[in-house]
Design a protein around this ligand. Sequence first.
Ligand SMILES: [Zn+2]
Length: 432
Amino acid sequence: MAQRTGPPRRDAMQRLLHRFYEPLQLLWMLNPARGQCCPAPAAGEQSSDFLGRWRRFLDALSWLCDFEHGGKTVSSVAVQALPSGNRFWLCCGHEAALQHLTWMLSLLEDEELSLPSQQVRAISTVAVTTISHSGDKVKRYARELSRYIAKVAVPSDVELSTETREMLRALDQLASLSDAEELCLEAVAFAHFDSLNGVAEASIRLDGPSDWSLVKHFVVRLRSWHQKAAIAVRFAGSFRSLLQDHTISWLPLPPSRDMPPSDAKTNLMSALKRMLKADEKERVSDLCQAMEDLRSFNFDQVFQESYSSGRLSLAVHSEVFLLEHFHEEGLFFVQNDRYIGCSKPSCYCCSLYMRYHPGNFVLRPSHGTAWVTWSPPLLSNCDAQEIRQRNLFVMNRVIEHLRRDVVNEIEHRFARRRRQPDSTSGGYTAPS
Ligand SMILES: [Zn+2]
């Protein structure tokens, strides 16, 4: 393989970005599903410790502000402790979430929520109002549920039991409901949930989620509006003082960016060479050969084409942007718990960023997927020397970790794993 090196990359920021996006692109091509880096919090409210419930409350509020499927409306919430009343910071790209959070928090602050009957009413109000903003998301989950029901209904080599066939009929009925509110409520009341849980558990695969676990996942997703509303309402009922005299601020996300432009150094051998330490450079040919043997496509060609396609729009993820805001402004967290709530488990890059950040933030649950469109959160502020230094400090450590993962993937020739869904799913006890 010819090795092109080209002239040196003189701009320090562009150099840093290339050092980051080259291994990220390779990891994306090799095996982007890195797996969960940190355990997801248990669904429901089994945990009696305050911090566990507080973090689930922040995640639930964030989730209720995320109206669309995919990454467009991902939202993060963290709370600044202030003597005059806590300030809820919402970071996302859509202003409608701010109005919804304002409405939810004022309901949770004003309502008398000490009695179970009052809580049931408030849970229903929050769930139904949020569902009315999230019609497309509900429809998408129902479509996905139907798709996976069809897959598990025709197994090639397994005879289905009578109980499983009955459950499939009930699942079909559920997925066919067209009214979003009714569909979500019926998912909460789904009588075969324990059986579904059992079948999903029995079908666990080595290489990622099974079709049965995805059926369960989408049923759990449809129950999520009531589940998240229950977490928020019950928490507010127990810790009302944390919401008293609160204020809300919106932190909009910065605009998306383009990939750094490819140059003569944008080729597989040159990128691999930069990833290796000075005394390891002779391994580059072996790694190149190993990559050629790994997959049926031409790695070098796909690497260069995707890097320079101009189609990739890079976005800052809300949890790390909010994290940097708290760090930069020196804001105090409620109970000094340095946790950033988010509507989704964090991705691979956000997890690494939090892990190597000097601010000692609490690591979030993570689905571990490496998104090639991830953007470092500080780029728009790097004119200031101190921020540029921090960006360099964190990103250098992220890059080191990323490079180790890429080399590990190549050397061990792991099979490509199925990606986990971005969202968590777990058991849920319906509000009584
Ligand atoms: Zn992320």
